[in-house]
Ligand binder design. Sequence first.
Ligand SMILES: Nc1ncnc2c1ncn2[C@@H]1O[C@H](COP(=O)(O)OP(=O)(O)OP(=O)(O)O)[C@@H](O)[C@H]1O
Ligand SMILES: [Mg+2]
Length: 595
Amino acid sequence: MSDAMSEKAETLTVYRRLFAFAGREKWKLLGGLLLGGLSSLATVSYAKAAQYAIIAIEDRSVQLLGLHRIQVLGLAILGIFVLSLIKNAAQYGGGYLMTSVGQQVLAKLRLAFFSRVEYLPLRVFDQWRAGELMSRFSNDGGLLVVGVMQFPLFVQAVITLVFGIPVMFYLDWKLTLLIILTGAVVALAVSRFSSLLRSFTQHSLMKTADLNAMLQESLDSMRVIKAFSREPHEIQRFSERNDSFLGAALKLAQISITQTPVVDFIVTLGIIVILGASAYEIVLGIKRPDQVVQFLALVLVASNPINQLSNYYVDLNKARVAAQRVFEVLDLPIEEPDAPGAQELISPRGAVAFEDLHFAYVPGHEVLRGVTADVKPDNVVALVGPSGAGKTTLVNLIPRFYSATSGALRVDGINVNDLKLASLREIIAIVPQDPLLFSDTIERNIRYGKLDATPAEVEAAARAANAHQFIVEFPEGYNTLVGARGVRLSGGERQRVSIARALLRDPRILILDEATSSLDSESEALISEALGRLFVGRTTFIIAHRLSTIRRATLILVIDRGRVVETGTHSELLARGGLYASLHERQSLEPVRTA
Ligand SMILES: Nc1ncnc2c1ncn2[C@@H]1O[C@H](COP(=O)(O)OP(=O)(O)OP(=O)(O)O)[C@@H](O)[C@H]1O
Ligand SMILES: [Mg+2]
């Protein structure tokens, strides 16, 4: 019982939250309700007009408001015509108002969803598959669209019942009670269905998300799939998930379509009883046929909404499950908001200090275990160490992609936790290991570093990054589209565009995760030279794999198992004969290129 109660409370919360998105459009809902009421009133009045028409046909001597039989008939028909006009115009107006509010709510919800996702901390993306988020956006969002489209019809049906039932009570209270009883049985049946429906909807949406996530991962990994000829394997994996989704979809379909005939059957039973009772009343002379016709017209007016309501209820239930899943994303904690009194970096110098820094991705499993280092402005720091030592993790803490578990990370002497996040990230640029470009033009990819840069600045950055040359060789030049993630450029070209982007930003602190993949010697020389320009006049952290880069460093931090184990310059560290020396010995087998 308490389960059902909490279900109800949840449903209410979901509707309240959706309603809150209507904002200032709320009055339109009221307008929609009023028009809906007008339309229902017109529908109910049909029955009255129909009654007069029948009286006029049956009774030769009828006189109404001093009118003749034919005039009464004409008036009744005209009445039906006018009522129909009113009913349909009001229905259109009310439907339009409510649907437009619904669509506005959805538009705001989509924007809220996207904005939320943009500000989610990186650790959320360690857990959530991109495809799952996309599925919640599009598939669950799709169910919401259906629900919103149905909403005016739902309201309309409710209003028709609200107006129709009192009139019916007035005409024949006994039979009306029978209709209410029928409605109650229908409501009971529908409520039985609805919890089943919700759980199957939930299940089917989960399976859809799974399917979407798989598709998305597969698209992202196409090169690996092809390289290993794993197309059949992927198809097999997809097929399993697809079958699983099919199962869920069939169950949901079964539940959805069982309800309509069941409800229809119950309603028909009710109508049969009413028809029988009415015939009986005519035979006994309790009622005249016109009274029965009027009542039956109302019964049809009432039974239709009962049928419709139960149908809409199916879609509304699905939408409610979808809304809940969308709200789940909206409720994910965003990046820690700026602490009250958070500071801005004014004329930043770019000093970075790590003080006994500890960090764990998973509680209890420390990846950084007490990192201490002091980096002066304009130093070029090379981070060296075995794979998995924590180099990438350490640099990720500087822009606060993740927050340290304990210890402090200071920029210009201020703990990064006390800085405004935007202000901190403003002074940092990152050239990632595998530079990601947006599916856009080269120009706009470079401009990403400084949105208001002039074309001349963009070109200067591209020249400095040794990218201008290859860019102008494309027929479209700077307007060349780079394809999804930049696939249409070579690795070296992509890297140079990414360097140009960082240069354009002119950051105080530069973070560079050097690519481990080997490039051809020409682009490597070009990149190496461009990097040389990039380092000047800023604090730079390079996760270095090449000796040529390491040699540029003013300070080398050797990281091992989450600790700084050695510090010094290249020659100092070599002389020490420690981890650096042994790493160097292994790597010095590679040809060393000097810039
Ligand atoms: N998002 C994550 N969630 C959980 N654990 C992670 C995550 N990223 C990295 N780790 C773990 O943290 C440890 C340090 O990883 P990190 O990427 O910092 O190593 P690295 O020194 O950069 O290595 P490499 O030279 O191979 O890039 C590894 O053991 C890794 O498995
Ligand atoms: Mg790394």
